[in-house]
Design a binder for this molecule. Sequence first.
Ligand SMILES: Nc1ncnc2c1ncn2[C@@H]1O[C@H](COP(=O)(O)OP(=O)(O)OP(=O)(O)O)[C@@H](O)[C@H]1O
Ligand SMILES: [Mg+2]
Length: 347
Amino acid sequence: MPEIKISIEGLTKIFGKNPSAMLKLVDAGMDKETLLKKHGHVLGLHDINMQLHERNIEVVMGLSGSGKSTLIRHINRLIEPTSGKVMVDGEDVLAMTPGALRNFRQQKTAMVFQKFALLPHRNVLENVAFGLQTQKKEKSFIDHQSRMWLDRVGLKGYENHYPAQLSGGMQQRVGLARALACDADILMMDEAFSALDPLIRSDMQDLLLELQAELHKTIVFITHDLDEALKIGDRIAILNGGKLVQHDTPQQILLNPADDYVDRFVADVNRTRVLLAKSIMVDEKPEQNADSVTCRDDETVDTVLHTLLSEDGSYVIVENSKGKRVGYIDKETLADSVFQIEKKSAA
Ligand SMILES: Nc1ncnc2c1ncn2[C@@H]1O[C@H](COP(=O)(O)OP(=O)(O)OP(=O)(O)O)[C@@H](O)[C@H]1O
Ligand SMILES: [Mg+2]
């Protein structure tokens, strides 16, 4: 079982003059629209229960106003809940003293923002150093770390440039380097790539995945782009009107959408390009002794079918990234799953 890094329990946030008085109404089932019309309060989140796993990229998705930013801002208590609990590494964030909270924010969490939030009058190196300076580290350590992280995000040579001299993609690389330099376990990214052009955005997603393969942070990543969510998320949480409607792996969300809302969200995705071999493999070796082909558990089913057909195999041996055998898929199952999924996508 993966370790739980962040646990959110019964979290409700109501914005307005007298939120606690509204809690009863909301708990009794009043929806966001009625609460606003009748009582002038905004339902930000209602009864959110979710556990975010260590070393995962946990994506939070939903339409504008669904509560994504409100949710992420509870994790480091930039917002106080109306009711509920937030636990990080088993520690109750709401019970922290102001001093403990400050340390927690500076040392355990780092944020990357949509609008980069760089300091315009400081050069790139100084921007990256900013988080470390608030942590009051040694000057030589700060300098070394900042240069190292700038190099890691591909900006070596830009140390003395100012933010305004950089493109949007480069500015966000600085934002990412600044967040990573803090060495926090939890990285929170609120629409961090949303302002970037599609190609640059895709490069940034690749960079994030590459860094994560090494750093294994717990990343809470907000987006309203489904393709982005499917590409980078280990799991995806879908919010609708302040409620959590599903929190699962991308494969499960595509195969078993929890309700019509999620179904509509994922309707246009070509599932065969997302569904992985590991989600349809079985433990039992098929009976045929004929030719097998080998694939990786993280290959998509359409790629695996293509390999099987082009090599004229009759079943697939599935291996993990370390080359260990983890399962089997027979030809019929593979063809059925691709065919059914394609039918479902077309429907
Ligand atoms: N400080 C506030 N005062 C009143 N209402 C608020 C406040 N902050 C957020 N809200 C409301 O709470 C709801 C959730 O907002 P939130 O910003 O979390 O949505 P979001 O999913 O991040 O949207 P977007 O995709 O547009 O960033 C919205 O209805 C919003 O209007
Ligand atoms: Mg938001």
